[in-house]
Design a binder for this molecule. Structure first.
Ligand code: ADP
Length: 358
């Protein structure tokens, strides 16, 4: 068991021409913490992770690992001196080396006697379930196995920080789920701190101790997954972490945390995490888990079923209402297209934000 780096990124800026890839981004990762940075393509995730790895240099700002400043101005600690390892989306294995040799490559700089060298490699391959495939070359391994070799290579030297750059994107859904669990377990077992970047919200929620939602080179909110989901600080955070639809209305009344929003003839109670005022035009962001077909709960509107998708545990319906459509309305039974249904919307999972001009 290792003690992971505490990582502090302070006011990081990186420009490519006039474009700010990192726009004054700050982030703190505690020792041993698993942090996921979630954001759309182009939001600056790779630039940040590459700066941590030492492949990219910040224009201004600092990066600290513990008390050691690794990047600021002329200070730029070489990647191999940072005690970290990275797992890439495309595995980045040497095609001419076997799985065993690929894993061993990460130990090259260590002054180890050959027996302990071999033992470490075998143990890393065992931990990812590939003990019997050490002599295979990458082209003799499946995509999932290649990523496991990359994972073994990342952990073999027991680094203090693991960086993951969308490592599951090239894998099938079922394999993605299994490898996600392995990444989560192994990282926590070795005690390393981790920064994992992804645009996939379900991956982020499943893996993270804390999620940072990144947009245009800065972090809009960083919190535990539950807080990000239940109290999104901005409209961007709310939409990027999953909505089944958005209704537009006007604030009719307001209390500290909740408000009543008029939508034409109907009214819906919702929560708000930012200040609103009576008469303000708002967008109601409805979380997928907020909706339920029922005829007796409050906060209800009329709808018509437009589509049904079977999901194993039950059915997800798309519905049309007078105020717009919603997807992912779950029921254990299926309702046919065209059927009229009342749908209730849990006010705790429906969040009002000031309307954004399009
Ligand atoms: P993400 O990983 O979130 O997709 P990136 O960090 O790759 O985002 O990119 C952030 C922004 O910086 C994007 O607009 C991208 O086009 C730009 N960018 C990244 N690398 C370079 C580069 N080497 N030269 C010019 N622009 C770049």
């Amino acid at each position: 068991m290792n003690s992971g780096h505490r990582v502090r990124i302070i006011e990081a800026r990186k420009n490519y021409g006039s474009l700010a890839a990192l726009d004054g981004l700050s982030l703190d990762i505690k020792a041993g913490q698993f942090t996921v940075l979630l954001g759309p393509s182009g939001s600056g995730k790779s630039t940040l992770i590459r700066s941590l790895a030492g492949i990219e240099k910040l224009d201004t700002g600092s990066i600290y690992f513990g008390d050691q400043e690794v990047n600021r101005g002329p200070i730029n600690l070489a990647p191999e001196k940072r005690n970290l390892a990275m797992v890439f989306q495309d595995y980045a294995l040497w095609p001419h080396l076997t799985a065993f040799e690929n894993v061993g490559y990460a130990l090259k700089r260590r002054k180890l006697v050959p027996e302990s060298f071999n033992m470490l490699i075998i143990s890393a391959l065992e931990r990812v379930g590939l003990a019997s495939k050490g002599s295979n070359y990458p082209h003799q391994l499946s995509g999932g196995e290649q990523q496991r070799v990359a994972l073994a290579r990342a952990i073999v030297a027991n680094p203090a920080l693991l960086l993951f750059d969308e490592p599951l994107s090239n894998l099938d859904a079922d394999l993605r789920e299994r490898l996600r669990i392995e990444i989560s377990t192994l990282t926590r077992e070795i005690g390393a701190s981790a920064l994992y970047i992804t645009h996939d919200q379900s991956e982020a929620f499943a893996l993270a101790d804390q999620i940072g939602v990144i947009n245009k080179g800065s972090i809009e909110q960083i919190d535990a997954p539950e807080v990000i989901y239940n109290q999104p600080a901005t409209r961007f955070v709310a939409t990027f972490t999953g909505t089944s639809g958005i209704f537009t209305g006007t604030v009719k009344s307001i209390s500290k945390k909740s408000c009543v929003v008029s939508l034409g003839k109907d009214e819906l109670t919702a929560r708000h995490t930012v200040d609103l005022h009576i008469g303000q035009e708002v967008d109601l962001l409805v979380r997928p888990a907020a909706t339920r077909f029922t005829t007796h709960e409050d906060n209800r509107i009329a709808s018509t079923i437009t589509d049904i998708a079977y999901r194993g545990r039950g059915y997800e319906h798309a519905i049309e209402t007078k105020y717009g459509s919603l997807t992912g309305v779950f029921d254990t039974i299926s309702h046919p297209r065209g059927r009229k249904m009342e749908v209730s919307i849990d006010p705790e999972k429906c969040i009002a934000f000031p309307r954004e001009s399009k």
